[in-house]
Design a protein around this ligand. Structure first.
Ligand code: HEM
Length: 461
């Protein structure tokens, strides 16, 4: 059977000029992608020198890329910095090797174990926020990064990062910069100063951590089944190099995303006072007077907070685009995609598509209200049909999705229960395409401890 397919549409002269202007003016690929989507449609090709990805938007394309055609699309792109950094990390390998590594890493990240970390998430959030001075200004992009690192290292690697964070902070930021979109996209050989040293520092830390834990387990320390590092060490197939690759992958994929999610939540609640008041009232009512960590059942009652998290992930998906490489010639959405083409599915544009979302650019947490969705058929599929894909989709969706969502609930519930946050720089904040979609230049808030929090606890929602 012959299939009538055509090449992907590209920008015409006027659109190309608008894209270029956007790129120069806002220095943002996001603006360029949005412009192409508006003028060209749900499938298009970018035609920059050496950077010619096929870009797709919408649930139908997501289904093909994430489910039906996924075997013909590779995650690994040898020339990408992320592959050079993570080497054989689960994020950048393919085929049965990927499936084996993923199956090994999956159990500690299942919901059952993640719920067991609630007291750790709570305690570490309390510890970090105890250092905040009443009335002082803090950048939530920085604070949430520190917190996300603590919250990743202790439950999954069994390490309190407090003493080592100061010396690892700059190397971590350097590595994030290294894998962020940049000049290398069009000039792969562009010099990358400072990266080699950052990687050395990080490697020295991770290899030392692995060796120490290996020794402790050999000396009879009881392995913890919720601890990912223990599990990797006990697996016969994993040597220190392979374990390093997985730890660095989790470190990068698991903290930068949560940092962005939490920082954007502070921005959105700071610009939507009614929603902020509701989050606070819910935390007061559900958590009550005590300062004990909530049980999983109590955490499950933070319905509005959950809607806020989901809506934040819709508007500002930390991973705003998924990257693949066509392993062979294929047809996506009726368009010819030759072997070797970089293929992208845009999570950001799918989440902002007016054809999929009424008032797509508006912050409306209620659209994720389960009860309201049941009542209205139009909203029923808010999370289904691959039009909502903050954690990707199909078998290679985010392995840390449960971890991230439980973590975000605990952090937000704790912080909004105990503090008031006044956003100070709303008008300057823009989405920036780093390794994740970040609020730049940061989210400055004045922090005040809520003295009346306990008195409010009994107030009805
Ligand atoms: C708000 C937080 C998070 C968001 C929005 C997020 C988003 C995503 C997305 C969209 C993908 C799929 C990308 C694609 O299809 O190209 C993904 C994959 C992945 N995520 Fe997350 N993630 C988050 C948190 C985490 C955490 C906490 C961890 C680890 C503890 C993690 C580890 C991973 C890994 C290892 C993969 C690759 C899985 C595979 O290929 O089998 N993520 N994530």
């Amino acid at each position: 059977m012959t299939v009538n397919v055509c090449p992907l549409p590209v920008a015409d002269g006027a659109t190309g000029l608008e894209v270029l202007k956007g790129l120069v003016r806002e220095r943002s690929l996001l603006t360029a992608l949005a412009c192409m989507h508006r003028h060209v449609g749900n499938a298009f090709q970018i035609t920059l020198p050496a950077f010619r990805p096929a870009v797709f938007v919408g649930p139908a394309a997501n289904r093909q890329i994430l489910v039906t055609e996924r075997h013909r699309l590779l995650w690994r792109n040898e020339t990408d910095p992320v592959v050079k950094l993570l080497r054989e990390g689960v994020l950048v390998i393919d085929g049965t090797y990927h499936d084996e590594v993923r199956a090994l890493m999956d159990p500690p990240l299942r919901r059952r174990h993640v719920l067991g970390h609630i007291p750790t998430f709570w305690r570490l959030t309390e510890r970090l926020s105890r250092g905040w001075q009443d009335g002082e200004t803090y950048d939530m992009l920085v604070e949430m990064r520190r917190l996300a690192l603590f919250l990743l290292f202790e439950p999954l690697f069994g390490v309190d990062l407090t003493a080592d964070l100061p010396s690892l902070w700059q190397p971590i930021l350097k590595l994030l910069k290294y894998i962020s979109p940049g000049l290398w996209l069009i000039w792969p050989a562009a010099p990358r100063p400072g990266y080699g040293q950052a990687r050395q520092v990080m490697d020295a830390y991770l290899y030392d951590l692995i060796r120490r834990r290996r020794r402790e387990l050999a000396q009879g320390r009881h392995p913890d089944e919720a601890n990912l590092l223990d599990r990797l060490i006990l697996a016969e197939t994993m040597d220190d190099d392979r374990i390093r690759d997985q730890l660095l992958t989790m470190l990068i994929a698991g903290h930068d995303t949560s940092t962005a999610l939490l920082a954007w939540t502070f921005y959105l609640l700071g610009t939507h006072p009614e929603a902020k008041a509701r989050v606070q009232a819910e935390a007061d009512a559900v958590l009550g007077d005590g300062d004990e960590p909530p049980t999983a059942e109590v955490l499950g009652r933070l319905h509005f907070t959950d809607q806020v998290i989901k809506e934040t992930l819709r508007l500002y998906p930390p991973i705003h685009v998924g990257n693949r490489r066509a392993a062979e010639d294929l047809v996506l959405q009726g368009y010819r995609v030759p072997a070797g083409t970089r293929v992208m599915y845009s999570i950001y544009l799918t989440h902002r598509d007016p054809a999929e979302w009424p008032a797509a650019d508006a912050f409306r947490p209620e659209r994720f209200d389960a009860a309201a969705r049941k009542a209205g058929a139009a909203e029923e599929s808010a999370e289904s049909g691959l039009r909502y894909v903050p954690f990707g989709g199909g078998p290679r969706n985010c392995i840390g999705a449960a971890f991230a969502q439980v973590e975000a609930r605990v952090v937000l519930a704790y912080l909004f229960r105990h503090f008031d946050f006044e956003l100070l720089n709303a008008e300057h904040i823009r989405p920036y395409m780093g390794a994740t979609l970040e609020p730049r230049p940061g989210v400055l808030v004045r922090v005040r401890r809520r003295r009346s929090a306990h008195a409010l606890a009994s107030r009805p929602l």
